[in-house]
Design a protein around this ligand. Structure first.
Ligand code: NI
Length: 143
């Protein structure tokens, strides 16, 4: 962490009231931490949107394992892109539904394309990619 700097921010009072309600709902005890998290979130968003940026993340998939060939297709795709996959975890949610979470790493563009292919498979009912970057990554958010 760098040297602590104090800044003043001028805000429209209506916007500030709305912000205060939001951060209270989210359990923040002060504005400073909420501001810091918003800034970090934007820096991570900009960083992970850079195609060559090194990222880590998770791909969450919900699918019906009865769907034709879905299990084989998911396994095949993961083997094809094995360098992107750190680990996987699978839960049988009920008789039909599976939840699979992949921990991934690699270049942003590769991870995003991989997630799109998995989420786009017929039989995958919902999927979501979350990309982030380690807090102490040497190339974190330099843009
Ligand atoms: Ni299952």
């Amino acid at each position: 962490m760098g040297v602590l700097s104090r800044i003043g921010v001028a805000l429209d009072s209506d916007l500030l009231n709305r912000f205060d309600r939001l951060i209270e709902q989210r359990g923040y005890t002060n504005r400073s931490e909420a501001f810091r998290d918003l800034i970090r979130d934007q820096l991570v968003a900009v960083h992970t949107a850079t195609p060559d940026a090194a990222v880590v993340g998770t791909i969450t998939l919900i699918y019906d394992h009865h769907a034709s060939g879905i299990t084989e297709k998911l396994t095949e795709l993961q083997h094809t892109q094995h360098e992107l996959v750190v680990s996987t975890s699978h839960a049988h949610l009920d008789h039909d539904s599976c939840l699979e979470v992949l921990i991934v790493h690699g270049k942003s563009v590769q991870v995003a394309k991989f997630a799109d292919r998995l989420i786009g498979l017929k039989g995958v009912q919902h999927g979501r990619l979350v990309m982030t970057v380690p807090a102490h990554s040497p190339d974190r958010c330099r843009k």
